[in-house]
Ligand binder design. Structure first.
Ligand code: ZN
Length: 205
């Protein structure tokens, strides 16, 4: 990993502006008109998974919320507010939960050591471990078990989204929200669609 002088980011920013304007002089004029994102994305805060970079999205395309281990907690007013605004104000119909293999938050929950304040957050993932204990125990290789836990965590967060009042109200109003379960793989740089991998179409709308 390279270490960058923080001020270098400001230089990078100026270079980026120059590059953007050389391609499109009105880029920022268009941007300030407002946002019409294609999707809401819930990802992990991990610095290595930057969804905009990995997915090649432009500014204005993804409405993003990130927290440790891409968790949907029903007591988290932050995410719930983001989701409500995305669905009810921005008219977003596609919601992506974007996890990643090698997730430190998932691993910490699995190892179950005392880590202080963060343990309260990781309790959400410990619930996932408890719900899927038998399946996880059946995976012999520990690395594979953690990978499976990352996938199960993404799928459980999809289920948590379905339990929110925002999702239920949207569905009752006839708004067809589509939920996507994606996992980023550091080894290949590829994002895996869990719906396709496990052919679980009926359970995730
Ligand atoms: Zn993570």
């Amino acid at each position: 990993m390279c270490s960058t002088d923080i001020n270098q980011y400001l230089e990078n920013n100026k270079n980026w502006v120059n590059s953007v304007l050389s391609n499109d002089k009105e880029y920022f004029d268009d941007l300030k008109e407002g946002q019409h994102p294609k999707a809401l994305l819930l990802g992990c805060s991990d610095s290595r998974v930057s969804p905009s970079m990995v997915l090649g999205s432009e500014l204005g395309e993804l409405f993003i919320h990130r927290n440790i281990a891409n968790v949907v907690s029903h007591t988290d007013l932050n995410f719930l507010s983001v989701m409500q605004f995305a669905v009810e104000n921005l008219g977003v119909k596609d919601i992506i939960v974007y996890g990643h293999y090698g997730c430190g938050g998932v691993k910490a929950a699995y190892e179950n050591n005392a880590n202080g304040l963060i343990d309260n957050w990781l309790a959400n993932i410990k619930d996932v471990i408890r719900h899927h204990k038998a399946e996880l125990n059946s995976v012999v290789d520990e690395n594979e078990r953690l990978n499976r836990l990352v996938e199960l965590n993404v799928l459980e967060q999809i289920e948590n989204i379905k339990q929110t009042s925002i999702y239920r109200q949207a569905i009752e109003s006839g708004i067809k929200l589509k939920l996507y379960a994606w996992v980023f793989d550091f080894n290949t740089g590829l994002v895996i669609d869990l719906k396709k991998k496990y052919k679980i179409t009926p359970s995730i709308t």
